[in-house]
Design a binder for this molecule. Sequence first.
Ligand code: UDP
Ligand code: MG
Length: 316
Amino acid sequence: MLVDLVVPCYNESAVLNMFYTEAVKVLDGIEGYNFNFIFVDDGSKDDTLEIMKRLADEDKRVKYISFSRNFGKESAMYAGLKNSAGDYVVILDADLQHPPALIPDMLKAMEEGYDCCATNRATRSGDPVLRTFFTRRFYGFINKISEVNMPDGAGDFRMMSRKMVDAVIALSEVQRFSKGIFSWVGFDTKWISFNDVERAAGETKWSFWGLLKYAMAGITAFSTFPLKLSIYLGSIISASSFIYLIYIVIKTIVHGRDFPGYASMITILLFLGGCIMLCCGIMGEYIAKIYIEVKNRPVYIIDKTNVDKPRDDYGR
Ligand code: UDP
Ligand code: MG
């Protein structure tokens, strides 16, 4: 049985060697399986690629794929999965926040017949408090409004069978949101939790703004609720304006015409203007997504690799 370890790396020169040593230590203790590393260099600006090349020289199991620029972790994971050949594939971060020590447990789950063994972070002590707060709210919200279920704390750290990997890469959308995709494709998944740790070295690649954009992408990728929001909002506003209209007509009939009313007029006008803009904005968000998806550009572009027959993404 062959197991591929897909590791997206962006400017990870500070931890890559440490990761490799740690992973090899775990893998050496596992019998009955062969392992391959697929390191994906996501356009790093430091010497991440040089480290990968050195590791590949020393260890034949090491494959690397280097992008022509930074495409983002989603693209890196997709490229890794697309170029994997193993019966099982694990995705894990390079910073040791996803402990390779869990791999034996994951293999056990696969032997039990699961198609996927996913992990859940029991705590978030490795993350800033504010980020934890917003992440929790985000998962609460997205699980209410979207068609897929994404457990809070569920990361990308998981082992999948070939069957599931093929399903995941068959979903070839350009704007990828893997947490949703994993859940959407289905299959029997075993959940195991682990205590999270701080990054072994180097720093996080996520800014608050970056995470916010990612959250928006996740919502629009797996839910059309925001589009329906305009319908609800519009109906509530029109219904209440109609009631208000009846009130005004009756009032005018009973008490005659009155001039004051500027304040109420301007308030209603501004409120309606705001609602219209909100709805346009929501629609714009989805139209932008359609536009990007329709262009059908490759999710990643490979610059250098030592993979035998690398699968690019040009034919999609
Ligand atoms: N990563 C990547 N491309 C990017 C950003 C991140 O391949 O544009 C990789 C990064 O090298 C790491 C993983 O994604 O292996 C998770 O990134 P990070 O540790 O910065 O995120 P956090 O753990 O803070 O969520
Ligand atoms: Mg990390």
